[in-house]
Design a binder for this molecule. Structure first.
Ligand SMILES: NC(=O)C1=CN([C@@H]2O[C@H](COP(=O)(O)OP(=O)(O)OC[C@H]3O[C@@H](n4cnc5c(N)ncnc54)[C@H](O)[C@@H]3O)[C@@H](O)[C@H]2O)C=CC1
Ligand SMILES: O=C(O)CCC(=O)C(=O)O
Length: 488
């Protein structure tokens, strides 16, 4: 499955076989904590490889969809056990390949195991209802069938959890898969597929094709034999995926960006609010679609909150995610680093006050990685770029507000609506917030990040295609309902 030439070369997995791309091209997947450390070489596939993968998935479909739900669930159970056994190794690969700290990577891998177990159980749950017919001699019920071949296009920020929360339900409900991971996390993706192979997943049921978004991603979106596309990533790409899918009548599901607010009211437990702001905004170096980005603080507690926040942020240890002393790792790539630094520059240029951070870290061994300081701004006005656009980096914008109404108005005044949280002890304020905030994930006295696999996840406004992933909600995307009427 892998070739060893000192540094391993990771292959595509098509029709149950590990194969190199037909282009003969590979690229290095590097460690963002040290650009000289090559984690592995990954394939740059071409359209031929995608064609083969789609053909293999199409071929496997009639066999896979005819397995019973419990039988399909059994594969997921076996895969969960294998992933659990390899959790340490896979978490280390994740940290080395995309930079999040090892404890975070271990947590995510454990989440992957739990996701597989949850969807293994789905194979035993009901898929339809009996509905009274107007014809007393008839039986009317619903059942569900798989979509067919599903294209899974994923980002690098959750390289185990996101592919699994898409592939596990796809498989549980009888679909076959063509999986295109982000180039930045393709080695980690390969290891997931190795677990599937070891679990005995039949050939062609999951096919891994590494490569660029433009060739393989777009190729998936446009392919007439792919019935559904599930995508997580940027708004720019997501919008294009949606438009092209609509143009050819394919089903699609998009999970995209966020500009997530936390509101801290004057009756809040400030220590908890600070801890949640730091954790929600800066873990995984802010590279989560659910990351806290805008912090609205009520005037009476603005100064004490700011002081506590700054003293906490200044304690943050930035470094290689493998080092147990590190709290925050690097950004995923040079490109992402430059993007985050350009947002920080824009914040300063547009008149926000930089309270701490803002610099690339280049001291000692950090110079070989993509490290940026955790950054806090104040005097941020709602029209500034850093208050409106998704930064996807460790940058917090403090905004003073006088009332909950003002905070809600400003919180909702962006095109995004993924997650939002409030810190207050007042039940009335909590209820107003739950009712009025534009967010698919609403959290009270808890950080904006923190998706639970058994609950629906998705955003409002431009954060998603208004669909939901995970939990039982996944069945809506990965199956079609048939309404059946039977008369004896
Ligand atoms: N909401 C989220 O979870 C994520 C948001 N982002 C945002 O996106 C920005 C850029 O990150 P990227 O990884 O470059 O995101 P991206 O949206 O470019 O990539 C996500 C996935 O889509 C694929 N892709 C790229 N172009 C495609 C196309 N034309 N058709 C089909 N698939 C395509 C990529 O190869 C990758 O597998 C980040 O700075 C961040 O703001 C990135 C990752 C996750
Ligand atoms: O917060 C989480 O656990 C998941 C976040 C997520 O889905 C993302 O960043 O793409």
């Amino acid at each position: 499955m892998t070739m060893t030439t000192g540094i391993q070369t990771y292959l595509n997995y098509i029709g149950g076989k590990w194969v190199p791309a037909s282009t003969g091209e590979v690229e290095a997947s590097i460690n963002p904590a040290n650009r000289h450390d090559v984690v592995g070489y990954v394939q740059i596939s071409g359209r031929d490889d995608l064609e083969k993968a789609v053909a293999a998935a199409k071929n496997a479909l009639s066999f896979w969809r005819k397995r019973s739900g419990p039988e399909r669930g059994e594969f997921l159970h076996r895969m969960a056990n294998i992933l659990e056994r390899r959790a340490d190794e896979i978490a280390k690969t994740m940290t080395r390949e995309m930079g999040k700290t090892l404890p975070e990577a271990k947590g995510e891998t454990a989440r992957g195991v739990a996701l597989l177990r949850y969807y293994a159980g789905e194979g035993m749950r009901k898929v339809g209802d009996v509905i009274p017919s107007t014809d007393s001699g008839g039986l009317m019920f619903t059942t569900r069938v798989p979509l067919g071949v599903v294209g899974v296009i994923t980002p690098w920020n959750f390289p185990v959890a996101i592919p699994l929360w898409k592939m596990a339900p796809a498989l549980a409900y009888g679909n076959t898969v063509v999986f295109k991971p982000a180039e930045e996390a393709a080695v980690t993706a390969t290891k997931l597929v190795e677990c599937m192979e070891e679990a005995g997943l039949p050939a062609g049921v999951v096919n891994l094709v590494m490569g660029s978004g433009l060739v393989i991603g777009q190729g998936i979106v446009d392919h007439p034999d792919i019935s559904g596309i599930t995508f997580t990533g940027s708004n720019e790409v997501g919008r294009r995926v949606g438009q092209r899918a609509v143009a050819r009548g394919a089903k699609y599901q998009l999970e995209m960006g966020g500009k997530n607010p936390v509101i801290v009211l004057e009756d809040a437990d400030l220590d908890r609010a600070v801890e949640a702001t730091v954790s929600g905004g800066l873990r995984t170096s802010g590279q989560k679609c659910t990351a806290t980005s805008r912090v609205f603080v009520q005037g009476a507690v603005y100064d004490p909150f700011k002081e506590k926040l700054l003293s906490r942020v200044k304690e943050i240890q930035v470094g290689d995610g493998m080092d147990p002393r590190t709290w925050m790792g690097p950004l995923v790539s040079e490109e992402q680093l430059q993007r985050v630094l350009s947002y920080i520059r824009k914040g300063v240029e547009e008149g926000a006050t930089l309270l701490c951070g803002g610099r690339r870290l280049e001291e000692g061994h950090l110079k070989d990685g993509f490290f940026v300081e955790p950054t806090v701004f104040e005097d941020v006005t709602p029209d500034m770029t850093i208050a409106r656009e998704e930064i996807f980096g460790p940058v917090l914008a403090l905004i003073r507000v006088e009332t909950l109404e003002e905070a809600l108005r400003l919180a909702n005044d962006v095109p995004y609506g993924l997650s939002a949280s409030i810190f207050t002890r007042d039940i009335g304020n909590m209820l107003s917030f739950i009712d009025e905030v534009d967010a698919g994930l609403v959290r009270v006295n808890a950080e904006t990040a923190g998706v639970e696999l058994q609950a629906p996840f998705g955003g409002m406004k431009q954060s998603s295609s208004h669909s939901r992933e995970q939990g039982r909600a996944a069945i809506e995307f990965f199956t079609s309902i048939k309404t059946v009427f039977v008369k004896g």
